[in-house]
Design a binder for this molecule. Structure first.
Ligand SMILES: O=C(O)CCC(=O)C(=O)O
Ligand SMILES: [Fe+2]
Length: 237
């Protein structure tokens, strides 16, 4: 791994895709635990207003908070720590790991940024690992707009608009995707049985721990801790 070149690519593009980063064995182990946790047809945990306005249908699980220590293995991977440090500098810290489950027929996730955008120096980094292939048959492809982490707040507009410069990611089992929290991103609808991704979020030293509490969509700002739409951007614009 040429860590310096990868970090440069991350800062230029706002994301980085590293295939075959994690072993198939570890991914199979995680996928087994995830499917066991969620079952075939889990209920949503967010409220109806969020599900409706955000066009985001994902059920989260925080395995490490429940003492599921095997999820520490990916987090403690020395190569992952090295690339994270090269990108974020000394003093960066791990926030939490969050498994996201979307069942068949759900919308995926609308275009968003994961955190507030008023200060370009304050952001989270997503370290997404894929424990099963994302294919066109299953749907749930991840869309990103390269370089959009340098463009400030995502534009107001339709939550599922196609951008001319969007890139479609179809991560296979074991792929690591590093994604700047200000990079515009989205997940396409899920047509297969279910879709899973796992995010080890982190941030640079000095970034508030609750940086991802407020998420920016094209139509609103949403606060997770209070389950509230704190700004309707369609009205404000
Ligand atoms: O699951 C994905 O591919 C992207 C998830 C996402 O938007 C996030 O973790 O912030
Ligand atoms: Fe996101």
């Amino acid at each position: 791994m040429d860590i310096k070149a990868l970090a440069e690519q991350f800062w230029d593009q706002g994301f980085l895709v590293l295939e075959d980063f994690f072993s198939a064995e570890l991914m199979d182990q995680y996928q087994g635990l995830i499917v066991e946790h969620f079952g075939e047809n889990p209920e949503f945990v967010h409220n109806d207003e969020f599900l409706e306005k955000s066009a985001t249908q994902v059920i989260p699980w925080f395995p490490q908070r429940e003492g599921c220590d095997v999820f520490d293995i990916a987090e403690n991977d020395e190569r992952l720590k090295a690339i994270t440090e090269e990108i974020l500098g000394a003093g960066w810290y791990s926030q939490y790991s969050m498994v996201m489950f979307s069942r068949q027929g759900t919308k995926g996730q609308a275009w968003h940024q994961d955190c507030r955008t008023d200060d370009a120096t304050l952001f989270n980094v997503n370290r997404l690992i894929y424990t099963a292939d994302i294919t066109d048959e299953i749907g749930g492809q991840t869309l990103v707009v390269p370089g959009s982490h340098k463009r400030g707040t995502i534009s107001v507009g339709p939550v599922d608009e196609d951008f001319a410069d969007q890139v479609v990611l179809r991560p296979r089992k074991g792929t690591l995707v590093l994604l700047h929290g200000h990079t515009w991103h989205r997940v396409l609808p899920v047509t297969g049985k279910y879709r899973v991704s796992t995010n080890y979020r982190c941030a640079s030293q000095g970034t508030p721990e609750d940086i991802t509490d407020i998420c920016v969509y094209r139509n609103m700002r949403y606060q997770f801790s209070t389950s509230e739409v704190i700004e309707d951007r369609l009205v404000a614009s």
